[in-house]
Design a protein around this ligand. Structure first.
Ligand SMILES: [Cu+2]
Length: 178
């Protein structure tokens, strides 16, 4: 609910900025091209530098976006109905409603906090982060993910939440689809 309101406010503000840009664009004249030779060289160099930066940083960014630790980019829809896991963060432990998850089927974690902010982060056996979402009091955040590799996964806290923060972990296993 709160997230929807914030989303709508953001959309309205983005529309205002967009209209401003459109107004400036419509009311600006054609570019003057009578530059001095040195200026011309500088502008050409700048344009080359710009496209060079796009190539060096833009291409790898697009190629690696799908490795983000959440499924905004590639929603976990395939593979049938989602398995629902309720996850609640407490100072300082996690409570999971499910400890066994089927590989290849999407999982929907419904993440809450019973006290203060925690960071719900799932790590694989090599301690590489798989997915994460914020655990907040008074709000349920959903995190969808499809596990492809069976194994033991760990939930750690990614938001410093006091003295016991480093001990805050839970485990679940992902099993081969039966
Ligand atoms: Cu913490």
């Amino acid at each position: 609910m709160l997230q929807d309101i914030v989303w709508i406010i953001s959309l309205v503000l983005m529309a205002v900025v967009g209209l401003g840009w459109g107004f400036v664009l419509l009311n600006s004249g054609a570019r003057e091209e009578n530059y001095a030779p040195l200026q011309q060289r500088a502008y050409r160099l700048r344009a080359r530098l710009f496209w060079g930066l796009v190539a060096v940083f833009g291409v790898p960014m697009v190629l690696t976006l799908s490795d983000l630790p959440y499924d905004a980019v590639r929603p976990a829809q395939a593979g049938g109905e989602a398995q629902v896991v309720d996850a609640t963060g407490y100072m300082w432990r996690w409570e999971l409603s499910e400890e066994r998850i089927e590989a290849g089927r999407p999982v929907e974690f419904r993440v809450r906090s019973a006290d203060i902010n925690h960071g719900f982060a799932i790590y694989d056996e090599e301690l590489k982060i798989v997915a994460q979402v914020q655990a907040m009091p008074g709000l349920t955040n959903t995190l969808r993910h499809t596990f492809t590799r069976p194994g033991t996964y760990r939930v750690l806290c990614l938001e410093y939440c006091g003295l016991g923060h480093h001990n805050m972990f839970a485990e679940f296993t992902v099993e081969e689809r039966s």
